[in-house]
Ligand binder design. Sequence first.
Ligand SMILES: Nc1ncnc2c1ncn2[C@@H]1O[C@H](COP(=O)(O)OP(=O)(O)OP(=O)(O)O)[C@@H](O)[C@H]1O
Ligand SMILES: [Mg+2]
Length: 422
Amino acid sequence: MKHHKKLPKGSVVAALDVGTSKTACFIARMLDDSGAMEVVGVGYQASQGMKNGTIMDLEAVESSIRKTVHSAENMAAEVMKGYPLRDIVAVIPAVHCNTSFVPIDVQISGQEVMENDVRRAVVKAQQQTNREETENIHTIPVGFTLDGKVGISDPRGLFGKEMGVDITIVQAGILPLKNITTSVERSHLDIMGACVSSYASGLACLVEDELELGSTVLDIGGGTTSISVFYGGKLVYAGAIPLGGSHITNDVARGLNTPINDAERIKTLYGSAMASSIDDTEMIDVPVLGEEPGTINHVPRSMLIGIIQPRLEEIFEMVRAKLDESGLLNYLGRNIILTGGTSQLPGLRELAQRYLNKQARLGRPHQIKGIPDITKGPEFAAITGSLIYMRDRFHEQPHQVLMQTEPSNLVERIGFWFKQNW
Ligand SMILES: Nc1ncnc2c1ncn2[C@@H]1O[C@H](COP(=O)(O)OP(=O)(O)OP(=O)(O)O)[C@@H](O)[C@H]1O
Ligand SMILES: [Mg+2]
């Protein structure tokens, strides 16, 4: 649905992504009223205390958030006029989320469909899916029917008796959310909104036609592979599996008997997703674990790739199983877009194509003015996309929907879920 309020010129928005490998913060400013924005502050550094998208050590995470936000604030000092950053949009690791696709009917009684009828449907879906142990992160009306007529993208203004809406509900576990909120709040920041990581990565990398025709996005990060499916311009699925590049690094360390740091370096320098004919003859130097510095093994590059490829195949198998069980077969489309740090492995596109039986391409985040070259890569898809989300889709936040819905006692009762529950 269109016609939602744009962020006004001059407003500042900021996003924070605490990933398994790195923590990043982007601060952006709206340049005009039509949606042009400029990134004015960027901070990032290696994450501490994270495993597979989950906080394992609160103090360590808090400390990396503080340092990251501090460098973004410093870069943005002129625009922020010395004020500290207060509100951020948090990127929620998709690994803590599950998606349901909820059909809702509401009575219109022969009247014109109003904005409020759509909201009523969303609120009904929210109430139906409300659980103690989860919180709604996204509630997105995807498609409408009116008195049985299908394929209506925006029913407002049409007359009818009964409206049906399919709603994507993405929920996150309350306990991981509490840990995220605590680490953010201890860093003297407030969470003003939340966006699931894989949704953000999709918004960052997909072009309009891909959003429309049906596409699957895989953000292969450090500790997780996050999945999102888009159809008709809307998010229809978000989920993840707890495997990523750090598992590949560990496999390499174990398989080549080398320290983790060396395994990481060897993976990024010589790694590949698929063996090619040259690799048989090419030898690489591998420091030996536990031996004197300078003790080196020479191993064929094909051996390295022989370690990497099966792990990636496992990841793709698990992705395929997840998508199969999601029941979204009709929505999946022909396209796979690969992003996240691990998508930089050569040959990944071909392997994904073979395993997932789809057309694959590498996704790089859309360029927003002001983003330094070093933070333009696929590792920064989720953080870049969460700014785009803020700009274009903030009205999808469940509390935004509730705050605009009558009757007002409902607003009073649950309108402030965000601050209360987290
Ligand atoms: N050139 C490269 N080739 C292969 N892998 C790479 C390369 N550069 C980075 N990586 C891998 O990318 C991973 C980090 O990716 P990214 O920054 O997207 O993860 P993250 O967002 O911190 O983690 P997650 O999303 O899983 O919580 C690391 O495992 C790293 O080894
Ligand atoms: Mg990530």
